[in-house]
Each structure stands twice: as C-alpha cells, then as structure tokens.
Write a protein that binds this ligand. Sequence first.
Ligand code: UD1
Ligand code: UDP
Length: 357
Amino acid sequence: MHILTIIGARPQFIKAAVLSRYIKDNPHLGIKETLVHTGQHYDQNMSDIFFTEMDIPHPDYNLQIGSGSHGKMTGLMLEKIEELLLNLKPDLVLVYGDTNSTLAGALAASKLHIPVAHVEAGLRSFMMAMPEEQNRRLTDHLSTWLFCPTDTAVENLKNEGIVSSTGKPSADNKFVCKTGDIMYDASLYYRKKAVKTDVPDDFILLTIHRAENTDDSARLKNIVSAINAVSEKNFIFPVHPRTKKILTEQGLQFSSHVRLIEPIGYLEMLKYEESCSAVLTDSGGVQKEAFFFKKPCITMRDSTEWVELVDSGWNTLTGADTEKIIFALKNIKVPKQYPELYGNGETAENIAAVLRN
Ligand code: UD1
Ligand code: UDP
C-alpha cells in the first residue's frame, strides 16, 4: 500500500514523527509512505529543527508554498498537490489536524477520487470563523477514514451524520474509529529525549499564536496587559513568528518578568513543559501537553476542542479577557484527579492496523 502523507505546519511534524517512524520501523506492514511537506512553515526553528532532532524521515517533496493569504496559500497547495498525486498515484492520502495544508491535501485527493485518511478527526470548536474549524469540518466530510482522538470527537462526527458504515470504505461509506491521541504517543516517546536546558525555578510557560488573538488588536492588547499585570510570576515565551511580527507592528511590549525567546525545538519544549509550574496558551497541542505533564493550563480562547480538559479541571478558559486571565493566573490549582483521556500511547499502532486491513 502506498500512502502519501501531507504535512506543512509545526504541530504536523510532531504528529507525523510518531506514525512515519512506526511505518518505517515496521516494514512487515507493507506500507510505503511518501512524505510531502507543503512548505507552509519554513523557518529553521519552525520546520527543519523537528526533522533533525526527532528523526522524522526527510520529506520526499517540499512544495515550498511559504506564507500568504488563506486563499492563495491553499490554492497554490491544491495545484501542486494535484500534480504530485497525478504523477505518483498513491492508494491513500493521509492528513493531520486542521491547517491549510490539511484541507489542501484532502481536497486535492478527493477530487481525484483518492481516499483520504484524517488523523485528529472530529474535533470541533463550534466557531466557524476560525480557519481551523473550516479546515477540519471540510476535511472530515471529504475523508474516508476518520481517526478520532477522543469519544467526544466520535460524538461530534455522529452529530454531523458521519458514522461508520458497512461495505467497502469510501468517501460515502466512512470508517470512524477512536484511536487515542497521537500527540500523547509523541510526548511519551520523546520525553525520554527531552533536551536538558537551564530553566528558572518557578515559571509559567506561555505561547500565543492563534489568529483570533493575534489578528485582533484589542484581544492581543488585553492579553499583554494581563500578563504584564502579574509581575510576581516569571514567564517564558517562545514567540511564534506570526506573533513576533504583530507585537512589533502594534508596538506592544512585555515587562521584564516575561522572557521572550525564539521558537524552540520539540525536545526543548518538552523540557520547559516538564519544568514549568503552569501553562498559559492559545495553542491546541500545548493545552494537551500541559496535561500530559500534569501541569494546570489556562487557555486564552473562548472555546476549546479539548473539552475533557476543562471538564476535568485541568484547563481554564479565559478568552482574551484581562481580568479573567489575571484571576486565573493568581488562582492556579492542580486538580487531584488525573483521568486517562487520550488513550494508552498506541495511537500509531491503531491507525496503521486499520490502514493495513
Ligand atoms: C498555522 C495554522 C494553525 C496552527 C499553526 C501551528 C492555518 C490556517 N493555521 O498557523 O492552525 O495552529 O500553524 O503553528 O493553517 N511565519 C514565518 N515563518 C514560518 C511560518 C510562518 O515567519 O516558518 C509567519 C509569516 O508571517 C506568516 C505567519 O507566520 O504569514 C502565519 O503563518 P501561517 O502558516 O499562515 O499560520 P500560523 O499562524 O502559523
Ligand atoms: N512547540 C514547539 N516549540 C515551540 C512552540 C511549540 O516545539 O516553540 C510544539 C508544542 O510542544 C506542540 C506543538 O508545537 O507539540 C504545538 O504547535 P502550535 O502551538 O504551533 O500549534 P497548534 O497545536 O495550536 O495547532
């Protein structure tokens, strides 16, 4: 079986690291994988660093799409992915998550009647204004195989009429299953390799990059004000290039208790997650990683796809409300219960087993 996998953005390299390594290490599965990098992320520490330090197979193709508006980026990807699919004729196209690279891969494949497998299917924020919500909803409806991380994700699909049906899998005869969360597998495997780095005794790990926060000057200002107001705590902030650019454009500055650093590799990020006292973020993946390391998380969004973290008390949603962020930062509590939410670390095995059959 020939699978063509499309990746393009930072979290997708981390997710692919698990499954691509599993496929490479298990030739008896009879799966040949072609790895295609769209080039959506391209800076050394947004892309290459992950391939070198995580032992991810080097991409067979890099489409070098780069940055741009949503339409332009997705359109260029569609054109180039289609060309590649016509040449390589894979049996299946595999996509991860909810970025523009995900949608372009799923759309190009389904127009050519090549079945699509979606890893991290069924997540919903119920906010269609988010580019990620548009990408993931469309991708789910185009897919044949839908690999869901949680029961909630399976339920979300059911509510949209997407359920497993009998018969030969196709875009009309879907196969939905809960596999566990592939980022949990990644954290289990790579935490043993986490890079030792000098960390302060007590700090909060901060990340901000969501369009809904960075592209809304009032929200971004509220967030910066809240963090600046909590000067009794130290923050370490690996800054996404999108956020760096907008902070400069808006003339927004953090006070000296916030240490801004360049984006870091995953192995160093794991070390920070392991050593921090709490996480303040708007990232999808970082919310879960906080939980993997038993760290309370405050999420600066109005809703989250990872609702089980909120229900279990490990995640607090504050939106971009200055007072709510300050209150949450001053009242951080570690819940007593630690439920098993994301599987048992065998997501790659589960996905490969379904695909092979
Ligand atoms: C994208 C995904 C988002 C995901 C995030 C992971 C979409 C619509 N969004 O958001 O779901 O959470 O990746 O990090 O696909 N830039 C650089 N260098 C890079 C990459 C980006 O400078 O290597 C800057 C450019 O100014 C670019 C901006 O960041 O315009 C935004 O990049 P883009 O890939 O469009 O979206 P992300 O915010 O990274
Ligand atoms: N990450 C990283 N270095 C950083 C920031 C994040 O390796 O400087 C990792 C993080 O550990 C997680 C993933 O990138 O595994 C999350 O990506 P991001 O927050 O960019 O996107 P999202 O998950 O919100 O789509």
